[in-house]
Design a protein around this ligand. Sequence first.
Ligand code: NAD
Length: 497
Amino acid sequence: MSVSGVTVAKPFDGTAPDRPMLIGGQWVEAVAGEWIDVVSPGHRGLKLARVPRAREEDADRAVAAARKAWPAWRDLHFKERQKALLQIADALEKAAEDLAQLTAWDTGNALRPQARPESQTLVNLFRYFGGIAGEFKGTVLPAGSDQLQYTRRESLGVVAGILPWNSPLMIAGMKVPAALAAGNTIVLKAAEDAPLTILLMAEIASKFLPDGVLNVLTGFGTEVGEALVQHKGVDKVSFTGSSRVGHHVAEAAGSRLAHVSLELGGKSPSIVFPDAATDATVDGLLTAMRFTRQGQSCTAGSRLFVHEDVFDDVVGRLVEKVKLLKVGDPLDEATDMGAIINQKQFDQIKNYIEDGRSQSGVRVALDGEGKVPDGLDGFYQAPTIFANVDNSWRIAQEEIFGPVLVAIPWRTRDEVIRMANDSTYGLAAYVWSNKLDEAIDTANRIESGWVQVNQGGGQNIGQSYGGYKSSGIGREFSLEGAMESFTQIKQINVKIG
Ligand code: NAD
């Protein structure tokens, strides 16, 4: 296959080839020669490829390559970095369908509702950060005619970008072009469960970059991920994943005073006021819950607070809509919901569903059990909605990361805001109301990094994005976030005359 004169691997052709990793412009195996099987979540037992099981010595090689490449990349005029990022955006766009199909194989995310938008977001992010590459600039203080006092926004050096499996291309899009535009070099660590799209992205992108500017390692978090976090040659760790691992990464990187940003888990509230019990709200709730990503989204509005006057009505209408979602083969155009990533995650979701069923007073408004699509052997879980949930229950407090929604009735605004904030997480929130003052007052009082009013879609490129509390530290996605995350400020004061 050829993309803009670049030969890239096919999405998946029925064979299970070895897919090496990228270090210093070379496609290499792990030093120890070990491999990890990559299996398809939608087709249990189907081996898609093998990727190297990188360990500490591979982290050393990748960091050394990135350090070597850094000074020349850093010292380029921004136009050169811009040109490369925009060329990459064009090449990725030509390969967008292949990237989307590989995403469906690799992650289990359904092609139409999720994988295609995800690969397009990657393209858009390269284009956005390419476009603003000249904006990583400093300031001049009006300090009198005998002084030149200015700041430089300098790159940090080598960034380690650690990725989760749920939407690898989108998360890589938040880190790679931003870090590169600012003049850093990067070592990406792909998630062990879904590394293939990241390797394909790197195969395309590396054609436009000097050797060592972008490196990709595959392997386990506790092995090569840990080695990167601990590595003295890594100036910044940009981590996206669970809050549990994020706390550890913060400690380990913090102990050597490396820069760190963390995009972590969520249990985001969706608050419906009585006057907003409309069809548009019900559609929005379905989107906000990220059912078409199997609920495997950090921003899923997975705690639904509905005013008691409209509780049965809203939950009933939502159940009728959600019931219509077609769970099936991620590659099938008709599929609305694909597969759960792996056995461990699948078992964990079942465990939460059992826990929810066992609570006294709970009502199973939509039962997802036993609705596995015919003839498919994969990790399929249909949506489950629990009603009359108490906010203190485990299913209301912990991130399930599956298609399980809990609905909680409320009476007063103060009460619902208190319950919404009664969470260790603070990533996203959704407010549904037709009264401006009530919507804005609620949005202002919610302890989350991102609140949406009367809409439930995903992040818009250029907006601020990041968490409060255990949902993270730092911001990505925006110019301001990238300046904060991928540069440091140097002040230079010059006496003139
Ligand atoms: P995870 O924390 O298990 O793994 C994330 C990455 O960290 C993987 O690449 C893994 O190999 C690596 N890792 C694991 N242990 C490590 C260690 N000791 N040192 C360094 N790296 C290590 O998370 P996951 O299961 O892959 O992803 C799901 C989680 O990610 C959910 O909690 C979800 O909410 C969160 N997430 C957050 C965002 C966000 O933007 N806030 C986006 C996507 C996913």
